[in-house]
Design a binder for this molecule. Structure first.
Ligand SMILES: Cc1cc2nc3c(=O)[nH]c(=O)nc-3n(C[C@H](O)[C@H](O)[C@H](O)COP(=O)(O)OP(=O)(O)OC[C@H]3O[C@@H](n4cnc5c(N)ncnc54)[C@H](O)[C@@H]3O)c2cc1C
Length: 419
């Protein structure tokens, strides 16, 4: 007899838990509040640009092993594409200087010993000063652990940690930053190849998971928001969805894979992160120049990363709370000016069709204080497990962290059924 598992929330963490459990012969029931799967990692048709865009440009690295294993399990590993080598071109739009960081393809960060592959005007000693990050505790600040000024900081450490933590790096958790550094930079170029879902987040990471689940007999219900748990002793007895309710059998399990706010509302007393930071993305319908790199690091302006897609130039700005209330037209124009400089567009072409996506609660604040509020996957109810990028994954809020949390919740469900 197949056992039932109810997955609440069809974001990446819920989907990864669902896929793992469907592959282990569970009967999976996915309940998603909105009309679309993918949560904070999704694509949609945008009328302003007449293109299908992602809510945000998402970058993975080849060292994100849970994310790659998930993509493989849904048959879309080949949909994550990037340059063959871990090379990161950068431009400083104030000075016009361009350089490329070349991390090679080994398993050790040997590139730091080669002046030609390092960030220009940096020395080996600057890199060695970053080592304390690798073993820093989560309670420590980045700003108290490594030097947060100087050329290496401005040109590499700040852009990298800002993208990973989504807070100004000095105020971020050194432990979370250290986890990223250990799993990518310190693991050599082999773990640092940038990967993008070139055909869109939904086509590569979301829809194939839904299809796999459906092929395995799962039910997927959209517009099915969980409103309440009815508790029976030390277990969840019933799921209440507003217009309907589902009673759980003794072998049934639930994976709650919703963001922290709904999780805290559903489970009073649950400790969760309570502060969040925005990410701003801008999309311009504009054919990228032929020699445009797929990803360009930009320093000295508003824009932080410039992505070149077919027919589209897209921009990511992290820690974007300062921009959420800025008039949209003004913001689009300011970003476009930076794009013209970064992509060397001759004559600053007029603003093309554009879209701005401001995700106000893109990630929890990756500070020591907020990190301390992340719960593990186990709850006080024996058939209920938590997943989500905000649970205690040891990583900042990332796809890798989400999938790790989904895998962990699924493994706990499986372990329970074996007990
Ligand atoms: C703009 C932006 C850029 C990003 N860039 C990157 C990047 O470059 N690299 C990277 O690794 N990560 C990036 N991230 C982070 C990444 O998107 C998230 O970590 C990940 O998508 C979180 O997935 P999740 O499943 O944990 O949560 P969510 O995606 O929030 O999914 C939760 C789901 O639960 C549903 N839900 C909520 N309440 C209920 C309820 N009561 N009942 C049923 N369903 C409910 C929601 O509708 C949602 O679908 C970015 C995020 C944003 C917003």
């Amino acid at each position: 007899m197949q056992k039932n598992v109810h997955i609440i929330g069809a974001g990446i963490s819920g989907l990864s838990a669902g896929v793992r459990l469907a592959n282990a012969n569970y009967r999976v029931h996915v309940h998603e509040a909105t009309q679309q799967a993918g949560g904070r990692c999704r694509s949609y048709f945008d009328a302003a640009t007449n293109l299908t865009i992602d809510n945000g440009n998402h970058l993975l690295l080849s060292g994100n092993r849970h994310a790659l294993a998930y993509a493989k399990s849904i048959g879309t590993e080949a949909g994550l594409v990037g340059p063959k080598l871990a090379q990161f071109p950068f431009v400083d739009i104030v000075t016009g200087q361009r350089w490329q960081l070349d991390l090679g393809d080994g398993k050790l960060p040997l590139w730091v010993f080669d002046e030609a592959r390092r960030v220009p005007d940096t020395k080996l000693l600057d890199y060695l000063a970053l080592m304390p990050l690798a073993w820093a505790g989560t309670g420590k600040l980045v700003g108290d652990t490594i030097p947060c000024k100087g050329t290496l900081y401005d040109r590499l450490v700040q852009p990298l940690l800002l993208a990973a933590l989504n807070v100004d790096p000095p105020e971020g958790s050194a432990g979370l930053a250290g986890a990223i550094v250990r799993e990518t930079l310190l693991a050599g170029g082999q773990a640092c190849r940038p990967l993008i879902a070139r055909d869109g987040l939904s086509a590569v990471l979301v829809e194939p998971a839904i299809k796999l689940l459906q092929d395995k007999g799962a039910s997927i219900q959209f517009g099915h928001e969980l409103r309440e748990f009815a508790i029976a002793g030390n277990a969840v007895g019933e799921l209440k969805f507003g217009s309907d309710a589902i009673a759980l059998g003794s072998d049934d399990a639930v994976v709650l894979a919703v963001p922290p706010r709904p999780a805290a509302a559903l489970l009073p007393g649950l400790k969760t992160p309570s502060k969040f930071r925005a990410i701003v993305n801008a999309h311009f319908r504009f054919d990228p120049p032929k020699d445009a790199p797929p990803i360009l690091g930009v320093v000295g302006g508003l824009v932080e990363w410039l992505f070149a897609f077919p027919q589209r130039l897209s921009v990511t700005i992290s820690n974007g709370d300062r921009l959420v209330d800025m008039p949209r037209e003004e913001l689009a124009l300011a970003i476009w000016r930076d794009v013209c400089k970064a992509a060397s567009l001759p004559g600053e072409p007029p603003l093309p069709p554009w879209q701005i996506v401001r995700e106000r609660r893109a990630t929890f604040e990756a500070t020591p204080e907020q990190n301390a509020l992340r719960p593990g996957a186990v709850t006080s109810f024996k058939n209920l497990f938590l997943a989500g990028d905000w649970t205690d994954t040891g990583l900042p809020a990332t796809i890798e962290g989400s999938i790790r949390s989904g895998d962990r919740a699924a493994d706990l469900v499986l372990a329970r059924s074996k007990a």
